[in-house]
Design a protein around this ligand. Structure first.
Ligand code: DQA
Length: 155
């Protein structure tokens, strides 16, 4: 059994109403359903439990990460604009000491200059950006693989 925490930061609760050219038309709820469907593909041999949390407040994201200490095996996070300046979020991810995948719906490297800098990137195992909701389902597949590799070493 493995537990994965899927975190979304500020304004991602408004998906579906944000500019579709960058973020697509799906609501966060619909994206979470796609993530759950993908996670279910790994069951029953590899029981993947996914928890979802969104907040517009950095401190609440930090609290949720701390609450998962010791019982979370990996984190998928779209930090929203906190990507670019969220140092307490960054510290919480370091302290969690589990694999982290940073995801973005849009390609943050092909937009305004300030978006291309992520303060989270160097504490994440990797970043997936630019594939809309599929950035999240790609992340769950990769994270499940990484967790499965535990004990046998990276494949
Ligand atoms: C985002 C990109 C960020 O720059 C922006 O502030 C967001 C969403 C994305 O998923 O593309 O809110 O993280």
């Amino acid at each position: 059994m493995a537990r994965i925490l899927v975190l979304n930061g500020p304004n991602l609760n408004a998906l579906g109403r944000r500019p579709a050219g960058h973020y697509g038309t799906m609501s966060l709820e619909q994206i979470n359903q796609e993530i759950s469907k993908k996670a279910a593909e790994f069951n029953p041999e590899f029981n993947l439990e996914v928890e979802f949390f969104q907040s517009n407040t950095e401190g609440e994201l930090v609290d949720r990460i701390q609450a998962g200490w010791g019982n979370i095996d990996g984190i998928i996070i779209n930090p929203g604009a906190l990507t670019h300046y969220g140092y307490s979020l960054k510290d919480a991810l370091i302290d969690a000491a589990v694999p982290v995948i940073e995801v973005h719906l849009s390609n943050i490297h092909a937009r305004e200059r300030w978006r291309s800098r992520s303060v989270i990137a160097d504490v994440a195992q990797g970043q997936i950006a630019g594939f809309g909701w599929r950035s999240y389902t790609a992340a769950i597949e990769i994270l499940a693989g990484l967790i499965q590799d535990r004990g046998t070493g990276p494949g």
